[in-house]
Structures are given as structure tokens and as C-alpha cells.
Design a protein around this ligand. Structure first.
Ligand code: ZN
Length: 304
């Protein structure tokens, strides 16, 4: 069964082109009524459900490859179409954590996250333009024909990587990502197994990364995606610590596996262990959970 009622513009434009005579007030009134119904049209016909699950998807590489770390540009375009047609609309990790998700009525939130700042996520061509085959290029192209699915994604980056082409384009890429309304968050400095480090080394990895994100122009509080999804031995650092004279704290911490996440207002949410699904259609990845959603096995967050 199709869940989606797309926002149609035809009714509205038909109304605008109709001629309304002064002698026919009922027609004018009917037009006004249909225009008002139009503006209230929901993205899906599902009732609001602010306690439903939130889909948080994790992407890595955008090129052919085996396993759930790889998605080709064509497959990613297909993913965007699937999310859109089902009634998902993108929100940022920070908006989810702050429970300020800017969604139209009837829409379901989806958070697209991009780990490791791999070169195929944000790539510039020789002439300095955005490569239409990188993830940002594919999404930008999609958003041009789907303006209600803007390029609002969360990039969990490594300061030493920053999508490659470091010396030539690093700052231009950061500027582009932020200017589109996406965000740049922490994936630590060097992608270590945090459980193998002393508490002091963990603080260095997290503290330096947060300070760097702010230097890049990201507004605090910063969120963190754990390398390999592995927690440090002691997690008190997530609650805040002092580093280089600065107070370091986190709005949330994301894992690298799991089912759709809890609603930001669910009292059972664990802010420092938020699950994410691989952006893939194999195994226990987002494709599986979308099927479960279609079957009614799980309920998604739906904007009232
Ligand atoms: Zn990673």
C-alpha cells in the first residue's frame, strides 16, 4: 500500500488560473477553501507519532566495492529516491539531538551521516567544480528537483583526511558543505580503537577533534561518531571535561550499528549510545529496516 501523498501543486495552480467573477462568490469561497486545504496537505497520510523510531543511516564510500561500506553513486541516488518517495525528509544529527527537527506535517525524519571524510563523499574536479558523482554532488543534483529534500547531512570527519585534495580544496569543501546546510561533526582525530587508549589519550582524541570542528566553523555542541562504533573503557568523558583550557562536551554519541534510533523525546533514549544503520540493502542495514517499516513491524517518528 502506498503511504505517500505527494505535495501536489496542480490543484493550487488550477485555482489561480480560474476566472472569478464578482457575481459568483460561492466559487471564490470554494477556491479559498481548496487553497487552504492544499497548504495543509501532509507529506504522508500517517498520523503524527513523536515517540516513533528515527532512521539514522551511515555511509562511507561512494564507489563499487564489497560489503556495507560501499555504495555507488547510482545506488545512492536510488536510496535518496526511496527515502523521498516513502515520505522521509532529511534532518541533521544536531537537530535530532536538540529535538528541533524542521519537518513538514506527515513527514518522517531521516538523518544521513557520512563517516571518515572519504574522498568519494566530497570531491572536486580539475576545474574546481563539485564532482557530480561524489555523494555531495549526487545529493545536490537530487535536491535541485526535490527542494524539500535539501542537502542537510551530518559529516563525521577526520581532520587529517577531510575528503582528500587537502592542500588545494580543504577549506573550500568545508565552506561548501556548511553553506548547503549540512554539518561537520567529530569522528576523533586519528580514528583509534578508543577502548585501547588510556583515559588521557581518549581526552586528547576527543578534545582536539572538538576544538578543530569549531575552527572549521561548526557551531557547538559537537556530536561524536565512535570509530568502529567502539566505546572507550570509561565513558565519563562524554559528560564533559576540560581540555587546553576549553570545556569539551557532547550533544550525543553515535554507534556504528543497530536498529532505528529512539525518538529524541523517548525517556529510554541513551544519548551517548545512539544506533545507526549501514546505508545498504544487504543484511541488517537500512534496507532491512525499511522493509520492516513497510510491513508495520516498527513505527517511525512522524511529524504531527
Ligand atoms: Zn570511521
Amino acid at each position: 500500500m502506498k503511504l505517500v501523498i505527494l505535495l501536489a501543486t496542480s490543484l493550487h495552480s488550477a485555482g489561480c488560473s480560474m476566472k472569478v467573477g464578482h457575481t459568483d462568490p460561492p466559487v471564490a469561497s470554494a477556491i479559498a477553501q481548496s487553497a487552504s486545504q492544499e497548504s495543509e496537505k501532509r507529506v504522508t497520510n500517517q498520523p503524527g507519532n513523536t515517540m516513533g523510531r528515527v532512521f539514522i543511516v551511515m555511509y562511507h564510500h561512494f564507489k563499487p566495492g564489497h560489503g556495507d561500506l560501499y555504495r555507488t553513486p547510482t545506488q545512492f541516488r536510488h536510496d535518496l529516491e526511496t527515502y523521498y518517495d516513502m515520505g522521509f525528509r532529511p534532518v541533521l544529527a544536531s537537530e535530532y539531538l536538540a529535538n528541533k527537527m524542521p519537518l513538514p506535517s506527515g513527514a518522517m525524519p531521516i538523518i544521513l551521516t557520512f563517516d571518515d571524510s572519504n574522498p568519494t563523499q566530497v570531491h572536486f574536479l580539475a576545474d574546481g567544480s563539485l564532482d557530480p558523482k561524489c555523494a555531495l554532488g549526487v545529493w545536490k543534483d537530487f535536491a535541485e528537483t526535490h527542494p524539500d529534500f535539501p542537502v542537510h547531512g551530518t559529516f563525521f570527519v577526520l581532520p587529517g583526511e577531510m575528503w582528500g585534495q587537502l592542500h588545494k580544496y580543504r577549506d573550500k569543501k568545508i565552506q561548501l558543505v556548511l553553506s548547503m546546510g549540512s554539518e561537520i561533526e567529530s569522528h576523533t582525530m586519528t580514528h583509534p580503537f578508543l577502548n585501547r587508549l588510556t583515559d588521557a589519550r581518549v581526552e586528547r582524541e576527543l578534545g582536539d577533534a572538538n576544538i578543530t570542528m569549531e575552527k572549521f566553523g561548526q557551531k557547538p555542541p559537537i556530536s561524536l561518531a565512535l570509530p568502529y562504533g567502539v566505546l572507550p573503557r570509561h565513558t565519563q568523558c562524554f559528560y564533559g571535561f576540560k581540555w587546553k583550557g576549553q570545556k569539551i562536551h557532547f550533544s550525543g554519541v553515535f554507534l556504528a550499528a543497530g536498529p532505528p534510533a529512539r525518538s529524541p523525546i523517548d525517556p529510554k533514549i541513551k544519548r551517548f549510545r545512539i544506533p545507526r544503520m549501514a546505508g545498504n540493502w544487504e543484511g541488517d542495514a537500512v534496507g532491512y529496516w525499511l522493509k520492516e517499516l513497510k510491513k508495520g513491524k516498527i513505527k517511525s517518528y512522524v511529524q504531527p
